[in-house]
Ligand binder design. Structure first.
Ligand code: 1CP
Length: 450
């Protein structure tokens, strides 16, 4: 633990008791137990990881992989027989949890990511709370480029913003080779703490070249990706050079996480859905394929996820993924048909459903399970990230329901059925004219880079 008063392992911060130790056990059996948020001030004690003078104890990755090889999550990713439908949530670490907000009250986002004890704690919190079958490392897709000194800041309520966007061939000089253990050792130390603590597999992740490029070129979040597309269509050589460098950064980051013990990786190409299949295939796929290909020797499952990618699912599988994430706009059975046999699928409960009534949540969970068809290669997830106002108790309920009613032998449990349109739309003539939600429930996307 560093000599920083803010890093004191015991922090009084309303409503939480938490410490180390985590896995798929009932919450009461965990060392870190979440108290009733209404119950007043209790202690949040960050765990003390096993450390040496050189940092946390580094586990033997082969031993870590052996520990999780028979877990439902890893077996589902490989399409191998197992009993329980595994479930985890994108953006499970974070804003929906009071215990996360308690940490963020004292530390900005970067401080949490760059302090292994804090990043590990925030990664463990949702696993304790929800009983998920996998943990996802707490970091960000821009962490590597930020650590390389590219002038990236995570602005609260906005997302990553870049001081000097990358738009010309000369700008590429700023994108040097990424050395994970030199540039971002804190990420690897976080992985080491986690694989020592977790009873479930840790998912490492990185942003795919296109999605990271969109932030670097636009200068921040965007709706239309105008500048990104202007570069792509206007100067193809610079575009491919940029993508090549970003693929190298992504690859180095993912390899290092696996070599420290991450059991699987997810490549987030969150904004690839801004492209049609032709442009995806020409401008993006070769670079994502390189990432997947050059990870193959590590032997861990590789998941590929994007938003609004109903038309790209086949291509995202062809890029070399073992599992393809289906966002919530595509019915899961339709998405499944677009993904070749031999490649697993992940998804896809609509995140906003978790803001509704429990009856509706249950019906929609059963709808997803029914559309998954009891297949052995299904990983249950949301169709994008957890929205900040989600009641954590709903997510716990979702996990319990999936574990109770999910089947992996090609059959459906009694009562598990797809929703029929007439059930979903009791007033078909009503004015639905809604707007699309912002990507992370952060309110309207800011004007940055549009
Ligand atoms: O639980 C987890 O999923 C682990 C933590 C995690 C991950 C996997 C964070 C923490 N970010 C990410 C990946 C990430 N970051 C993606 C891909 C996933 C997705 O599609 O949701 C993207 C697109 C980003 C970029 C980013 N970082 C945004 C989105 C901005 C936009 O373009 O709309 C935002 C808001 C951030 C900051 C961020 N990263 C993570 C959190 C919890 C936050 C919010 C910070 C906070 O206010 O607490």
């Amino acid at each position: 633990m560093r000599n920083d008063p803010k890093m004191d392992p015991v922090v009084d911060r309303g409503a939480i008791v938490s410490s180390a130790g985590c896995g798929r056990r009932p919450p009461t059996a965990l060392r870190g137990t979440v108290a009733d948020p209404a119950a007043g001030t209790v202690r949040l004690s960050l765990h003390r990881s096993r450390t040496t003078d050189q940092g946390p104890v580094v586990a033997d990755p082969a031993a870590v992989h052996a520990r999780h090889v028979d877990s439902p999550f890893i077996r589902a990713c490989r399409g191998l027989p197992h009993d329980t439908v595994p479930v985890w949530f994108m953006r499970q670490a974070g804003r929906a949890l009071a215990e996360y907000r308690a940490i963020r009250a004292d530390h900005d986002f970067e401080q949490v990511v760059q302090t292994p004890e804090l990043a590990a704690e925030v990664t463990l919190q949702p696993v304790r709370r929800y009983g998920t079958d996998a943990a996802i490392l707490f970091s960000d897709i821009v962490t590597p480029v930020q650590a390389m000194g590219l002038g990236v800041t995570i602005k609260p309520g906005v997302g990553p913003v870049v001081d000097e966007p990358i738009r010309t061939i000369a700008d590429l000089e700023r994108l040097r080779r990424f050395e994970p253990d030199v540039d971002a050792p804190f990420v690897l130390d976080t992985v080491s703490i986690l694989v020592d603590e977790l009873d479930v597999p840790l998912i490492g992740f990185a942003g795919a070249p296109f999605t990271v490029a969109s932030y670097l070129v636009e200068g921040g979040p965007s709706r239309s990706y105008t500048r990104t597309k202007a570069l792509m269509f206007g100067d193809e050589l610079t575009w491919h050079r940029l993508m090549d460098r970003l693929a190298g950064i992504t690859l180095a980051s993912l390899r290092a996480q696996v070599e420290r013990g991450a059991s699987a990786v997810q490549l987030f190409d969150s904004w690839a859905g801004a492209l049609n299949p032709y442009d995806y295939q020409r401008f993006v796929e070769p670079h994502s394929r390189r990432v997947f290909e050059e990870l193959a020797d590590l032997g861990v499952p590789r998941i590929h996820f994007g938003v609004n990618t109903g038309e790209l699912l086949g291509r995202m599988a062809a890029a070399g993924a073992d599992v393809v994430g289906v966002d919530w706009r595509t019915p899961l059975d339709v998405g499944r048909e677009r993904i070749p046999e031999g490649v697993g699928f992940q998804g896809n409960l609509e995140p906003a459903v978790c803001l509704g009534s429990l009856d509706h949540v249950e019906a929609r969970v059963r709808d997803v399970l029914a559309r998954a068809g009891g297949r052995v290669d299904h990983v249950f997830n949301l169709g994008h990230g957890v929205l900040p106002p989600t009641d954590p108790a709903v997510l716990t309920h979702v996990v319990e329901l999936v574990h109770r009613e999910g089947r992996t032998d090609g059959t459906l449990a009694p009562g598990v059925a797809p929703l029929r349109p007439e059930v979903e739309s009791p007033r078909p003539d009503a004015d639905t004219g809604g707007t699309d939600e912002p990507p992370h429930g952060d309110g309207p996307r800011p004007a940055v880079g549009r």
